[in-house]
Write a protein that binds this ligand. Structure first.
Ligand code: BG6
Length: 502
């Protein structure tokens, strides 16, 4: 079997700049994200020697814990959730300068302790006053922390803020958060996370579109019949009722991940790959999105059912959920991008929890061949060409084309031309957070959401949810383990189309 090094496509995978020495401070260090995503990602970066030599991590949270207890918990988390084999040397290199501070930041004591710890680490570890603050904290404590960090900025080095979602609950609250941040930090110092942008396959959409000449001429209303974007999850709310009851599918997935996928699919070619050029093009798409009328939006909530062979509870029966909850766990919508490239081309989008399987895919369906000269038609009919960008799982790109079935006559069947990441590059896929943490350390904001993007995303969501206050659909309206409510099928049927087969 060929070794990894012999695969020529692997060349260049490791070639990246190393960030400046710095200290990474994680607020919300006792939360799930830190355990399941951030530490495993940091470990993988350490494993590949992508972190600076002079580096330190400080965890900050309310839970009382010692440095050693925190370290032991994170070690367990990395062993459980990490994608790489566990090696003590890599773990030690990562956690040599690890500290933990228990505080809720409601008083100056926590601020003092953090400032002092960071000053010590600058001395001991040579982190040079450079700081990355990772805010994985609820919006309610956000202003206090941002204000404290702003007031206590280190006089030396640079400071960067990484901010987790949710970034506000609506346009007004997002603007208030932005105003709070802008009191102390410039836009170049702020890195708003949408972890979908850190996914390899989402970035590959940019490569596919802009590193290949063949797609650009057909990537428009002339050739594309419509686009379908699906973000399907088989999981439920996983004990996050407190958060999900407030957010629902529209704020949890549509406002951020889904709209970013759409923006990347629909954007114009940027003049270069710098943060502002890319984000300028994305924000134009977000601004061009036409607010769908109530008939073009479908909401759903799952009831009991079977997912992947197991019986699961309905949403209203989940722990912490109001038994009469009107929170949606599914949204489908027909959107239009009102510009020259896409006018009159529908973008059908859908996302939901407790669907039959996990699958995120962007499907570009092209117009049919104008005049097929064949008399015999196959059992599955002559279908239009579809370009499928599989974001996850089975990451890759697939083109559906009609091909002749061997034999007499001229029977046409749809076949797939496939590119699969796994088979081609024979290397594991980095987790989104690895890329994003490193990019923020490098000061590269290309894969982060800018203020104006977030605000445009909220404008659309606010307009879509406004009519929801007036009508009450009868929930639950889809069984767990099915592809959403029947009205989502009607949304396409009315246009003579259907959701892609599953
Ligand atoms: C998060 C949502 O942003 O994305 C979760 O809050 C969702 O509800 C998750 O499950 C999906 O991420 P991924 O990377 O598993 O597709």
């Amino acid at each position: 079997m060929a070794t990894l090094q012999e695969n020529p496509l692997l060349e260049g995978l490791q070639l990246r700049r190393t960030p400046d020495p710095c200290a990474l401070v994680i607020f919300g260090a006792s939360g799930d994200l830190t355990k399941k995503k951030l530490f495993p990602a940091l470990y993988s970066l350490a494993f590949r020697r992508l972190l600076p030599d002079k580096f330190a991590i400080v965890g900050v949270a309310r839970t009382t814990e010692s440095d050693e207890e925190f370290k032991a918990r994170m070690k367990e988390a990395v062993q459980q959730h990490g994608r790489d084999e566990f090696r003590e040397e890599a773990w030690d290199a990562l956690t040599d300068g690890l500290r933990y501070i228990a505080t809720d930041f409601a008083d100056e004591r926590g601020e003092d302790e953090l400032a002092q710890t960071l000053a010590e680490l600058d001395e001991e570890r040579g982190t040079g006053g450079n700081r990355v603050y990772y805010l994985a904290i609820p919006p309610s404590v956000f202003p206090t922390v941002v204000d404290a960090l702003g007031r206590r900025r280190s006089a030396e080095g640079w400071t960067r803020l990484i901010i987790e979602k949710p970034f506000g609950h609506d346009l007004e609250s997002a603007r208030a958060l932005n105003a709070e941040i802008q009191k102390h930090f410039t836009e170049e110092e702020v890195f708003r996370i949408d972890h979908y942008l850190g996914k390899e396959t989402v970035q590959n959409m940019l490569a596919l579109r802009f590193a290949n000449g063949i797609f650009e001429p057909i990537w428009n209303r002339q050739f594309v019949d419509h686009v379908q974007i699906t973000v399907a999850e088989s999981i439920g709310i996983e004990g996050r009722a407190g958060y999900y009851e407030q957010s629902g599918a529209i704020r949890d997935i549509f406002q951020n991940h889904l709209l970013q996928l759409l923006a990347i699919t629909a954007m114009e070619p940027p003049i270069d790959f710098t943060a502002d050029s890319v984000r300028n093009e994305k924000v134009k798409v977000l601004r061009a999105l036409h607010t769908p009328g109530p008939k073009s939006v479908v909401r759903g909530q799952y009831g009991r059912g079977f997912v992947e062979g197991e019986e699961v509870l309905g949403y209203r029966e989940e722990e912490g959920v109001d038994p009469r909850s009107m929170t949606e766990t599914y949204v489908a919508a027909k959107l239009y991008v009102d510009n020259w490239r896409w006018a009159d081309t529908p973008f059908y989008v859908r996302m939901g929890k407790r669907l039959p399987r996990r699958e995120t895919v962007v499907a570009i369906e092209f117009k049919r061949a104008p005049h097929p000269p064949f008399e015999e038609i196959s059992a599955d009919g002559l279908r239009p060409n579809v370009l499928l960008v599989h974001i996850q799982p089975d990451e890759g790109v697939s083109l559906e084309i009609g091909a002749k079935v061997p034999g007499q006559g001229m029977t046409i069947r749809t076949v797939h031309m496939d590119f699969l990441y796994g088979g081609t590059f024979r290397t594991g896929m980095p987790e989104a957070y690895e890329r994003l943490i490193l990019d923020a350390m490098l000061g590269d904001a290309t894969l982060f959401t800018r203020t104006d993007e977030v605000e445009e995303q909220w404008k659309l969501v606010d307009a879509m949810v406004a009519p929801w206050k007036r009508d009450r659909p009868s929930f639950p309206n889809y069984a767990a383990g099915t592809w959403g409510p029947p009205s989502a099928d009607d949304l396409l049927r009315r246009d003579g189309r259907s959701w892609r087969h599953h």
